[in-house]
Structure formats: structure tokens, C-alpha cells
Write a protein that binds this ligand. Structure first.
Ligand SMILES: Cc1cc2nc3c(=O)[nH]c(=O)nc-3n(C[C@H](O)[C@H](O)[C@H](O)COP(=O)(O)OP(=O)(O)OC[C@H]3O[C@@H](n4cnc5c(N)ncnc54)[C@H](O)[C@@H]3O)c2cc1C
Length: 443
């Protein structure tokens, strides 16, 4: 069967190689032509490309099942396999990865290019061809590319075939990313860590993180309310460095005797929480033979680093549905949609609720014990009652859906109702950090 995949991002390339290994002939079309001859890769249209990425064990598990050689190639490129703790408290057997997104995609793309049965083509997909009520291929820069099956893996800004699906739920999550990549100096030790990826801390009104990556590189990150204009100066290199040095969790990494910056500051665009199923407004398959996967289905605020894990899980299930419904892509789409509603949509809903409440608290609101507590507060409460880990651990590891937290939510509400609050991390409040930035002004 001829398969056309729109998008050579993680979801599209993974599906392409896996389908080729099932005997299909796959053409992947992307408007991006891959790394330039000098090795640089801007990846316009994928704004998160140079922002930090944590690669959860679900990603390693998908590769191990379908194309384990990718993990070897990633390690050879300098990615570190890191053993995360699973929800049961034991090491999770598939490894997570510490790796720059650009290194991850470079390796995956090169791997797909070498895969027999996969053809990578540069071009802009204008539309999905339709014939006899089924998908019949793609229109790429005005030319027709015939195919019997079309997989839309065109990412979070996808407008492709929008008329064939119901509208997306959700939108802007109200938070913004600003990050910068650094390299550890020869012999320098790592900075402070509190997570497999590095360090993640919520301070008063904002969040900071360090993501360790391949080849002794790391990214330092601020996540802040998108509409707080006082933070726009963070996009300047000197302002970012001053702000990072003002926050102990970041200062321990970016101090000049431990590391040096290897990129300018990378300001992020708006971050989204969205969900969009396979079906059209009438609840039917809009076009049999067209399936949507990855960020075209779900995006979540990246601060929990779930995006590619969710995308890979989708891809694995999509392959399963295609295996189980040979020659019947409409049945595969229906079954995939049911699975996504049950297993993907909850991660979107989790973040919508969490982010709205976090922004409210960052604006001075207290924990509201009169209604269901968001997941971040439930996770924090493990500091007050470690027995909560039995339920919280599998959720954090994405081995259990957000609904699993319902079991402990009443207990956690009791904890907060008694007046307990998580101890504050050392560092400036958002107002104090804004005054550090005020010195750098608008330019
Ligand atoms: C700031 C930020 C940080 C993130 N951090 C993490 C993290 O720490 N961990 C994590 O797991 N996830 C993270 N994510 C999410 C992760 O980046 C996405 O889930 C991932 O990129 C989804 O992969 P994809 O293949 O579905 O789409 P994409 O990676 O977006 O790929 C889509 C591809 O389609 C191509 N394309 C689109 N339209 C067309 C067209 N019409 N014609 C031709 N080509 C087209 C694009 O060029 C692109 O190559 C983050 C996201 C953001 C925004």
C-alpha cells in the first residue's frame, strides 16, 4: 500500500518507519528540508525545536518495540539514556533520554532516510486529495502525490484538512517559555538536581527548570505568565543571565565557572492546551483513509514534558488499529478516536485545569479547598504525606491517567484545609525578579 505522511516530526517519522517495516511504501512530506549543509537547522514552523525537551520512558518504549536501533544511534550521538523511577517506585525498564530536541530529530531523520521503503520529500502540503469518498493522496506544492492512506502528523499549528474534523477544544494556556542552552565547562560538576531531567522548581509566581541534555549541554528555562510584560526583557542575553543568576536553582548551573552559553536566548511563542479528535462535526469519519496523530490531536503545556510521550503513545496505538483493521481505515479511525478520547484527552483536561488554577495562585490566590484540587497541588502534597506516592507516582510517570488521582484528592484536600502549604523554594518572587529585569529595560 502507498502511504503518505504529512510532517517529518517525531510522530510522522516514527509512523513512517514502522509502516515501512510492515511492508508499506511510505512517502513523508515536510516543508522543512532537514539540516543545512553547514549542519545548522533552524526548523522554522516548529518553534519548540531549540527549547528544552525531556524525553520520557514512553518514547524509549516505543522505539524499543518498533525500531530499537534508534536508541543506539541516539546514544552514539551523545544522548544519555536515563533510568527514571516508575510509578511502582522501581526503575522503569525503558529508558528516558537526556538530549537536545535538535539532536533527537537529526538522528531520527537520518535513520528514516536510510530506512528501505521510506522516502522523504521536501514540499508544502496544500491539501488532502479526495476521490470516491476516500483519501487519495496529497497535493504538494500544486502537484499530486497519490496514496491510499494519509497520515496527518503536521503538528500543533496544523490547518490541514480542517474541514474534515470537528474544531479543536482549548487554546492558549496563558504561560510562556524563555530558555537558553549552555555547555558545562570541562571537568565541571553538575548543578543542583531534583528530577531525572535536572531541576524543576515552582517559585512565587513563576517556574524555573534546567534540562540536562546530550554531550554535557543543558537548557535553563523560565516559565512565566505570558501577559506579564515586565518579563519581555528576558529575551535579551544579559537580562536572562542576570535573572538566572538571581534564582539559586538556576545560578548553580549558569554560573560562569561551571558553564557557558552556546545559544542566544530563545523566546517561546504561545503555549497551547488543545485536543482535537479524528471525527467530523457529525461524529463520523470525515474522510476514510485520513488519520491524524501527534500534536494534531493533542498539545499540552510543555512544563510537564508530556508532548512527545503522548504523541508516541498515539502512534503506537494508531499502528495497532491499522494492524487490527487491515484494509478498513475507517474502522481504524473510529477505534483510534475511542482510544484517544480515553487515553489522550485526559492529559489535555488535566493541564487545562492545572494551568488555570496555577495562574490564579500566581496572581495571589490561595489554594481553593472548596473545589477539586489540581494535579500540581496533589503532587506537592507528597511532601506532607509520603504515602500519597503510591497513587501519585504512577500518575507522574504517566503510567496512570490523571483520573487515578481522584482516589487521594479528598485526603490531599484535608492536608491543605489544615493550613499546610509546600515550603517555598529559595529565590526571588515574581515582583522581585521583575525588578532585576527592570534594569535592562526595553530596547
Ligand atoms: C516550548 C515547547 C517545549 C516542549 N517540551 C517538551 C518536552 O520537554 N517533552 C516532550 O515530550 N514534549 C515537549 N513538547 C512537545 C513536543 O515538542 C511536541 O509534542 C512534538 O513536537 C510533537 O511532534 P509531532 O511530530 O506531532 O509534530 P511536530 O514536531 O510539530 O512536526 C510537525 C511537522 O509537520 C511539518 N508540517 C506542518 N504543516 C505542514 C505542511 N502543510 N506541509 C508540509 N509539512 C508540514 C512541520 O514542518 C513539522 O516538521 C514541547 C513543546 C513546546 C511548544
Amino acid at each position: 500500500m502507498e502511504v503518505a505522511v504529512v510532517g517529518a516530526g517525531p510522530a510522522g517519522l516514527f509512523c513512517a518507519v514502522a509502516l515501512a517495516r510492515r511492508g508499506q511504501r511510505v512517502t513523508v512530506v515536510d516543508r522543512d528540508g532537514g539540516p543545512a549543509a553547514d549542519g545548522s537547522w533552524d526548523r522554522r514552523g516548529v518553534m519548540q525545536f531549540h527549547h528544552p525537551h525531556g524525553f520520557r520512558p514512553q518514547i524509549g518504549a516505543a522505539f524499543q518495540a518498533e525500531m530499537p536501533e534508534v536508541l543506539d544511534a541516539l546514544t552514539a550521538a551523545g544522548a544519555e539514556l536515563v533510568v527514571f523511577q516508575g510509578g511502582n517506585g522501581l526503575p522503569a525498564p525503558p529508558p528516558g533520554l537526556r538530549c537536545r530536541r535538535a539532536v533527537f530529530e537529526r538522528v531520527l531523520r537520518a535513520f528514516a532516510e536510510r530506512e528501505p521503503g521510506v522516502d522523504l520529500v521536501r514540499g508544502h502540503v496544500d491539501d488532502v486529495l479526495r476521490a470516491g469518498g476516500r483519501a487519495a493522496g496529497l497535493r504538494v506544492d500544486g502537484r499530486e502525490l497519490p496514496a491510499e492512506l494519509v497520515i496527518n502528523a503536521s503538528g500543533r499549528s496544523a490547518r490541514l484538512a480542517a474541514d474534515l474534523r470537528g474544531p479543536a477544544d482549548g487554546g492558549d494556556c496563558g504561560l510562556a517559555y524563555v530558555s537558553r542552552q549552555y555547555s558545562l565547562l570541562p571537568g565541571a560538576e553538575l548543578g543542583p538536581m531534583n528530577a531525572p531531567v535536572g531541576i524543576i522548581q515552582t517559585l512565587s509566581g513563576y517556574l524555573v527548570a534546567v534540562f540536562l541534555q546530550d554531550n554535557r549541554t543543558f537548557s535553563a528555562l523560565f516559565i512565566r505568565p505570558a501577559d506579564d510584560r515586565r518579563f519581555s526583557a528576558l529575551r535579551f542575553d544579559d537580562a536572562f543571565q542576570a535573572a538566572a543568576l538571581a534564582v539559586p536553582a538556576l545560578a548553580g548551573w549558569v554560573t560562569p565557572d561551571r558553564s557557558h552559553p552556546i545559544t542566544p536566548v530563545l523566546p517561546g511563542g504561545r503555549l497551547h492546551n488543545t485536543y482535537r479528535g479524528q471525527l467530523d462535526g457529525n461524529g463520523g469519519v470525515g474522510l476514510p483513509g485520513l488519520l491524524h496523530v501527534g500534536d494534531t490531536v493533542c498539545t499540552t503545556n510543555p512544563s510537564a514534558g508530556r508532548g512527545i510521550a503522548v504523541a508516541m503513545r498515539q502512534a503506537v496505538n494508531l499502528l495497532l488499529q491499522l494492524d487490527e483493521h487491515p484494509g478498513d481505515p475507517e474502522a481504524a479511525a473510529l477505534a483510534f478516536d475511542v482510544w484517544c478520547t480515553a487515553n489522550v484527552r485526559p492529559w489535555y483536561e488535566d493541564h487545562v485545569y492545572w494551568d488555570a488554577d496555577l495562574l490564579r495562585r500566581w496572581d495571589g490566590g490561595d489554594v481553593d479547598v472548596t473545589r477539586r484540587l489540581p494535579s500540581d497541588l496533589i503532587m506537592e502534597a507528597t511532601e506532607a504525606d509520603p504515602s500519597l506516592w503510591r497513587v501519585v507516582g504512577p500518575y507522574m510517570a504517566m503510567e496512570a491517567l490523571p483520573g487515578s488521582l481522584d482516589e487521594v484528592e479528598p485526603r490531599v484536600r484535608e492536608i491543605y484545609a489544615s493550613g499546610w502549604r509546600a515550603p517555598a523554594h529559595p529565590g526571588p518572587t515574581r515582583d522581585e525578579l521583575a525588578s532585576v529585569l527592570a534594569d535592562f529595560g526595553a530596547r
